[in-house]
Write a new protein. Structure first.
Length: 61
């Protein structure tokens, strides 16, 4: 029979500090990027709530 292992919180065993030789985020892409936007198809549905012909049920039971 298998037993569940008890949960043990994660431990930080060692910490290593790094010093970069240059900037990490030196350049900006804001001036060098072109964004092309394409539309999205939109469907409009007109439900007739007076009759039960379309199969849509809006009544709560």
């Amino acid at each position: 029979m298998k037993r569940k292992q008890p949960y043990k919180t994660p431990l930080i065993l060692r910490e290593v500090r790094l010093q970069l030789e240059g900037e990490l985020l030196t350049g900006s892409v804001a001036d060098n990027i072109e964004v092309t936007s394409m539309g999205q198809e939109v469907r409009n549905y007109d439900y007739d709530f007076n009759g039960n012909t379309d199969g849509f049920n809006h009544n709560w039971e």
